[in-house]
Design a protein around this ligand. Sequence first.
Ligand code: HEM
Length: 602
Amino acid sequence: YQWPDPQYEALERLLFEGTDINDVPTSILTNLCGTRVSNGSPVAAEWLRLSYHDAATHNITDGTGGIDASIYYELDRAENIGAGMISSMNDFSGASNKFVSRADLIALGVVWGVASCGGPILPYRGGRTDATAAGRLGVPQPQEALAVQTERFRLQGFNATEMISLVACGHTLGGVRNTDFPTIVPGAATELVLKKFDGTNAYDNSIVAEYLNGTTIDPMITISNSTLQSDLRVFSSDGNVTMNSMSSPAAFNATCAALLERVINLVPNGVSLTEQINLLPFKVHDARLTVQNGALVYVVEVRVAVTAAIESAGLAPTAIAIFWCDARGAFADCAGNDASTTVTTSPTSFNDVLVSPVAAALQTAFVAYEFVLPIDPARGIARFWFEVRTATGAATLQDNGGAGYILDDSLMFVDELGSAAAASNGGVTFNVVVGLRSTAAPTSATMAIFDNTFVNNATTPFTLSALLQLSTNASLPAVSGYTFYTGSFSTPASTAGHPTLDLAFNFTGSAPLTMSFVRPTGPKDFFAPDTVNAVTTTSVSLVPTIVTAISSASVPVSSATGTGVAPTGTGSGTTSGGNGGGPRQGGWGVAGMLAIGLAWWI
Ligand code: HEM
């Protein structure tokens, strides 16, 4: 990972903050293994079942099907009966976008759900693609013979032993409802009766332990009609060898972690998943050039991960300094080693960062800092980097793995000057404003609009292309160096109104200027503009990007606290020594993070 990587950043935010790019906290629904009021079963159970049923269309012989959100087209099938399916789809309906597919969310539901109920933390990858039609039939059903069920699992890629384990790994959460399966759970359809699979709500080995010690309450074991004793048939199909092998909590967790990871990564041939999404200990978020109060500003938030151990060792950030180089003029690229800087000691309270069940299980919280940098249009901003200061440890340099955070200010999406309002079609009309820093007039300027959110089970994403025109809006502020272009479009009532845009300005004789994945958010005057930071000029001995040519590890970091001192370095070309092993912009493996504890910070 290296900034900017909008797909990784969106997936990482969902996985660890539980929050989508629209700031909606989807994972909150399963916090503390929560139950849907209407339902009685943990939300995690519904998300896990949805995921397995989507995966079950995979066919190892021809590589088709898997977790591809084809379940959205398959809900009318007998094999997919259950109110939990539609509820789960709706849980995820506002969170998908160009870089996070509906299938990625279906898989993520398993990771969130299992973690929220005390189960193992599953490794997670994104990159799934969404099907546009139903897949094959393939979900095993309770009344089917063992041989039929075994064949279904084989086609999905699981052998007979894995089938036994996987059913136990699924049936540790939730249960069977009379409203969905009246033959298994009797009771009037007017009143919900839920018969749980085991005696706990947690993701634990009770399903196995209770089966082995004869106290099981699993309705697909205890029911007298032997045709419907599906779990009994499956669990006992190898003389209980597999169930015995999973009887300890550790063995249960290890087996289920491995199998569920395979379930969520069952994808059609040709789909390549992203690298594993790991927690970014230091993350740059929502960085953008924009206009506030008529003036050009660069807004950037940083998010730092903190654990109790980090806090108690005095190694949580006490201040964060940002440094930046001009894009143009006498100090372009920090010419003469002149950089601008400002320091903040106050985390944002407004932008409180939420914690997903995965971050909660890792006992990790986040603290966020926001900078609003005044930018002189004649000088611009070319690159920036940070220094994180702590109460007791040395300050650490955060420079995007040695590259610095590099900017292209030729296009600016000015969300603050845009607007959104209810449209007559029941959707949302967006008016967008884009600043172009160019003396040449474009031959055309377009925005490709994509909205994968939905209401009312709409299945197809909304796409549209619209034009941007030279602005005739006299109320837009004049920002020297930039010309404003405006455009508008409406999303239909079938989406939740969360589009993202890819902008392209085309020129005769030169390459187009593009900006992708920008997000119009609607009325901005709800909150007062942010306070602009006070800026000082400082002399830096080395700018991180220049150092990269030597070695990104060769920059010793100033241990000064609170004085606004920039990173200092020898610049002598040494390639050894390093910076004390301080964190770089990069990920932690989940397991690695647990193992290394404090080591990453110091
Ligand atoms: C022979 C294979 C299987 C059969 C016959 C089967 C059957 C069922 C049935 C009848 C229900 C009740 C659904 C409802 O009342 O709405 C259920 C629930 C559930 N199943 Fe399975 N299942 C099988 C395999 C699996 C697998 C492999 C998983 C996941 C790895 C899984 C996960 C779940 C979960 C989590 C629930 C609870 C849903 C809730 O409470 O909302 N099942 N299953």
